[in-house]
Each structure stands twice: as structure tokens, then as C-alpha cells.
Design a protein around this ligand. Structure first.
Ligand code: ARG
Length: 576
């Protein structure tokens, strides 16, 4: 099964157009679109095709709509369409078609109706990418969660996705870290929990350099030694990276996030000098006051913003590394597309390097996927009580701790182990959902009470809806087995079926503008539709086909909720 309902209706509509009286005036290549209805009162789907055409043929849109409807054959899919408002064509699906759909969806256990991409792409997803030995800030939290979800969705749609953690493992912070390592390190603390100890050193040295000129010099020298290949410094650096990776991996495991590659900035060190040479040779870059720059005279927004790719002291920059990274990803990893999930403040950087890549003839589809900030309740940047940046590991700990309290209150008789496991799922799921249910550019307020609430558009509400779909089969004492063909009688059943079928339209739509929040909204609406169905339609009290159909709806709702939450990186539990 591959076509969505919107596709099926659009195909029928486009077949009607050449048969309408306006056929001769049809603009070349015109394709009518069909969308989910904004207001279900008027139908299930709608098209604005008549309004667009009316403009072209200079006729009254309602008249055009009427003519199209005249030529439209709804077949087994749709009732005769209706005209609404200024000329919308509204479609209402036939009940028999919905019944058939329900059957098909039940049979498609893996994809649940979602069509796979016609042209599968190789996509490199660049997300998370914290800087080693520096605090991972809230921006990295957003990048990690959004990037993982987009990766899962692209993978589900049949693309080949390579998740690459481009960690900052070669930055100037290593000057401070090296000095701190040599002078302030607590080996024991490092052994037991490396990331906080590295962070402590970094913060301490950073604070001391504020009014200590000679210390700043010392740190700089340590960095120069490292970059020059000093063995002691290289050894410390390597150990630092290894320990940090172990620490980060622990967080990713907890988040159930997986990277295929960890090609940090240092991986590209050897490629930077030749790259700059080739940019010079191609006359894309030029010398300016001893430095090497790329100017963009033809690009309005970049006209006075050249990209620096080699400093006058010979040092390379963030942009240089990113250009080498693009080459590697296209040439070695065969990327058709590269997605960068990075905070909005880096817009200029990506504008510049995408522009340079294009000038060099790179053909991959380069996408900058920015996001806004996370705010505290005071609407300022989220900080800890002591004013530090909030650490992801601490956020997860607190989320699970708070979820445990809720689980404990709700189910005092679960075993401790069970409670802990459920709390982990709900706590971490809540943090992820709070992120993914917002449009990524929105600055959202991080509020524990809202994100952990059992009611409203939250992870606990959705997970609970899933649990309810499962509870019925526990009560029944057996798993779902499809017997006869479904028959839909109540409105709440039809509404729920339609919603379930629209999963197929929702998942691919996420990638058109990289908005996991459209999937989150869909899942919330599905849970609400399920709730209505549940209130209106008794299941186990019924018999025969009605009971079977309702059991099928419970089963399918459970499958779609589990799959959809899974695409957001959120796990479900059977009880809570
Ligand atoms: N390490 C960078 C930062 O923390 C993010 C890297 C994003 N990826 C990239 N290819 N530039 O800001």
C-alpha cells in the first residue's frame, strides 16, 4: 500500500480537470492539490484548485468548482464533492472506503500505511556535536533531540541516513584544558566521572584567565604546543577525547540515541591546508592582510561579510573545517543531502560555507536546520540556580526523579524496578516531547510541571493513551487477532479511522520543512480522537462485527501511537 488518501483524491481530481469545460484553458503542467480539511464540518479533504484556476481563466471560482465537480468521479472513494465558501471543493470519504482502509492499515504492521520515499537518498545528519571538555549547553540538547527524531523519520521513509557526531575536539578550549590538566587535575574524580571533572577544570581556568594575562599566555602556549604536535600534549588531548566520548555515550545511551560516525573536527586537520590551496587556485579565496578570505561581492546579504578560512598566523578556522567536512561527506560518504541541526546564531556561518560549496560545484542538498532557545520560567535563557548553563545529564536525572514520584503515586504497588523503568521512559520522553512538540524556531519555556502533566499535549498523556489501548487486550486476555472485515457505524469510529489513515500523510510532511512538531500535533490529535471513541463506543460489552471493529481500532491506535512516538525517539510502556 503506498498512496495516501490525499494522493488518491488528487489523482481523481486531476483526471477530472481535462474533462471540464475549462480543459482548453488549463495552464501547462497544472496539478491540483488536495489537503486535509481545516474544518471537518464541511468534509474530510479539500482542494483550492478551482480558486487557482478561476484566476487563470478569469471566471467565478464557484462556477469553476461546479464544473470540475460535474466531471469528477469519486468512484468507491468519495461521495459527490461539495462547494464551500469562495470556491473550495470539499470531499467526504465513503464509509466503505474507510472500512477498506482500516483493513489495509491493519495488514501493514511495519509501515502503517506510510509510503516510502520514491527516491531514497543518502543523507548525512549532523546533530548534537558538543564541544569536548566544554559545557554542553541547552542548544546541544535541542540539536540532539531534534536531530535524532529527523534521523529516525528519514530512516523510516526509506532513506539511508548516516548520523555523524561532528564533535568540537580541536578548539581553542584545549589551551585551558591542557594547562588545567597539568596543574589542577583530580585524577580520582576524573576516573569516576570524567565529564564533570573536565568541566570543573575548564571553568576554573576560564575564570582565572579573566584577570591573569600571563595565564592566558600560558594557555595559548599549551595550545600552540598541541597544534605543533608536542607528544605530551597530544597524549593528554587524546585521553581527554576518549574520556569525553565515554561520558557522552552514556548520555546518548540513556537517550536511546545512536551515531553511525563520530568524525570530530580533528579528523579533518590534514585536509585543511590542501583545501585552502585549492580554493586559492580556483580563485574563490584570496589573500587579504596576510589572511585568506572568501569574499561574496555578488551576494547581497554577504557582501560585507567575508569568510575567513586561514588566519594570518596560519591557523585554520571553524569554516575551513566545515568545508573539508562537506567534501568528505560528498566524496567519501556519497551524501545526496547534508542536514545541519544547529542553533540559529550560526546562520551566517552556514550561509557562507554553503555558498562556497556551491561555488566549488558541490551538488548535494545542504540544509541548515536552525532552532531557537530554551527559556527559564523568567523568560530568560535557561540557567541553573547558580547561574551556570544547564547540563543535559542533570536535566535527565531530574526528569526521571520527578517522573518516579508520579509513577509512585499512581501505582504504589508496582515493584521498585518496574517503577524505575517506567519513570525513565516517562521522564526522558517528557523532556524530548517538550522539545519536539514546539516549532523548532520557537523559544520555549522549560517548565517541569507542564511537561510532566498527565493531561494536555504531553508525553505522559500520549504514553497513557497507548497504555489504555493495551489495557483492553489484557482485560480480554489475548492479543488482537483480525477476524472478519471491519464495519464502521458510529461517527467516533469513522473519525478515528480517518485520523489513523492520516499517519501516512503526516510522517512524510515532517521532512518538507523539518518539523517534528507536526507529527507531535498529529499524535496528540490521534490520542484525543481515541479518547472520544473510547467514551462513545463500548468495546467488550459489544458482540460480533462491532466488537471486532472496535478492538481493531484499539489495536491500530496502539500501533500508530507506539510507532509515532518511536519516530520522536520516545519509548512506550505497557503499564503506567
Ligand atoms: N560544535 C559546534 C557547536 O557546539 C556545533 C557543530 C555543528 N556542526 C557543524 N558541522 N558545524 O557550536
Amino acid at each position: 500500500m503506498s498512496a495516501t488518501i490525499a494522493d488518491i483524491l488528487a489523482a481523481r481530481l486531476n483526471k477530472a480537470l481535462p474533462e471540464s469545460p475549462f480543459a482548453a484553458d488549463l495552464p501547462e503542467g497544472f496539478v491540483a492539490q488536495v489537503d486535509q480539511a481545516q474544518n471537518r464540518q464541511f468534509g474530510d479533504y479539500q482542494s483550492n484548485a478551482a480558486m487557482i484556476l478561476a484566476k487563470q481563466v478569469k471566471r467565478n471560482p464557484r462556477e469553476v468548482a461546479a464544473a470540475i465537480i460535474e466531471a469528477f468521479d469519486g468512484g468507491e472513494v468519495s461521495e459527490a464533492p461539495e462547494i464551500a465558501g469562495p470556491g473550495f471543493i470539499n470531499f467526504r470519504l465513503k464509509t466503505t472506503f474507510l472500512e477498506e482502509k482500516l483493513s489495509q492499515l491493519l495488514a501493514d504492521e511495519e509501515k502503517l500505511g506510510v509510503p516510502v520515499a520514491e527516491k531514497p537518498l543518502t543523507i548525512v545528519a549532523d546533530f548534537s556535536a558538543p564541544n569536548v571538555a566544554k559545557p554542553m549547553h541547552v542548544g546541544h540538547i535541542r540539536s540532539t533531540i531534534i536531530g535524532d527524531s529527523l534521523t529516525r523519520i528519514a530512516d523510516f521513509l526509506g532513506h539511508e541516513v548516516i548520523a555523524d557526531n561532528h564533535i568540537g575536539d580541536w578548539g581553542t578550549q584545549f589551551g585551558m584544558i591542557l594547562w588545567g590538566w597539568k596543574n589542577l587535575l583530580n585524577e580520582e574524580a576524573l576516573e569516576s566521572d570524567p565529564i564533570p571533572e573536565l568541566l570543573r577544570i575548564y571553568r576554573e581556568v576560564n575564570a582565572r584567565t579573566k584577570d591573569d594575562e600571563s595565564l592566558r599566555e600560558d594557555c595559548k602556549n599549551e595550545l600552540v604546543e598541541l597544534q605543533g604536535g608536542n607528544e605530551e600534549n597530544l597524549a593528554i588531548w587524546e585521553r581527554c577525547i576518549d574520556l569525553s566520548k565515554i561520558g557522552l555515550q552514556k548520555i546518548y545511551d540513556r537517550l536511546d540515541i545512536n551515531f553511525d560516525l563520530w568524525l570530530g573536527e580533528s579528523f579533518y586537520n590534514d585536509r585543511l591546508a590542501p583545501l585552502v590551496e585549492s580554493l586559492l587556485a580556483a580563485a574563490i579565496a584570496e589573500e587579504s592582510d596576510g589572511a585568506i578570505c572568501v569574499f561574496f561581492p555578488d551576494e547581497k546579504q554577504l557582501a560585507d561579510k567575508p569568510a575567513l578560512i586561514r588566519k594570518s598566523d596560519g591557523g585554520f578556522l571553524y569554516a575551513t573545517t566545515d568545508l573539508a567536512t562537506i567534501d568528505y561527506r560528498i566524496e567519501e560518504l556519497k551524501a545526496d543531502a547534508i542536514w545541519y541541526v544547529v542553533g540559529a546564531p550560526q546562520q551566517l556561518h552556514f550561509d557562507q560555507i554553503f555558498r562556497i560549496a556551491k561555488q566549488r560545484g558541490q551538488k548535494a542538498d545542504l540544509q541548515f536546520i536552525p532552532f531557537g532557545s530554551i527559556l527559564g520560567k523568567d523568560r530568560k535563557m535557561l540557567r541553573t540556580r547558580s547561574g551556570d548553563t544547564v547540563q543535559l545529564a542533570d536535566v535527565l536525572d531530574e526528569a526521571v526523579e520527578r517522573a518516579l514520584k508520579i509513577v509512585d503515586e499512581k501505582n504504589p504497588d508496582f515493584s521498585d524496578e518496574e517503577k524505575q523503568e517506567i519513570a525513565e521512559i516517562i521522564g526522558i520522553g517528557s523532556v524530548k516531547y517538550a522539545e519536539l512538540s514546539q516549532y523548532r524556531m520557537t523559544d520555549y519555556i522549560f517548565d517541569w510541571d507542564t511537561m510532566l502533566a498527565l493531561k494536555g499535549n504531553t508525553a505522559p498523556y500520549l504514553i497513557n493513551a497507548y497504555v489504555r489501548t493495551r489495557a483492553i487486550f489484557r482485560k480480554l486476555g489475548s492479543d488482537f487477532v483480525k477476524e472478519g472485515e471491519p464495519t464502521l457505524t458510529a461517527d467516533a469510529e469513522k473519525d478515528l479511522t480517518l485520523k489513523l489513515a492520516q499517519f501516512a500523510e503526516t510522517v512524510p510532511a515532517v521532512l518538507s520543512d523539518f518539523r517534528p512538531n507536526t507529527l507531535a500535533t498529529y499524535l496528540y490529535e490521534l490520542a484525543v480522537a481515541y479518547h472520544r471513541f473510547w467514551e462513545a463506543c463500548p468495546v467488550l460489552k459489544e458482540e460480533g462485527a462491532v466488537r471486532e471493529t472496535r478492538l481493531a481500532l484499539c489495536e491500530l491506535t496502539g500501533r500508530v501511537l507506539r510507532c509515532g512516538l518511536g519516530l520522536l525517539g520516545i519509548r512506550t510502556t505497557e503499564k503506567m
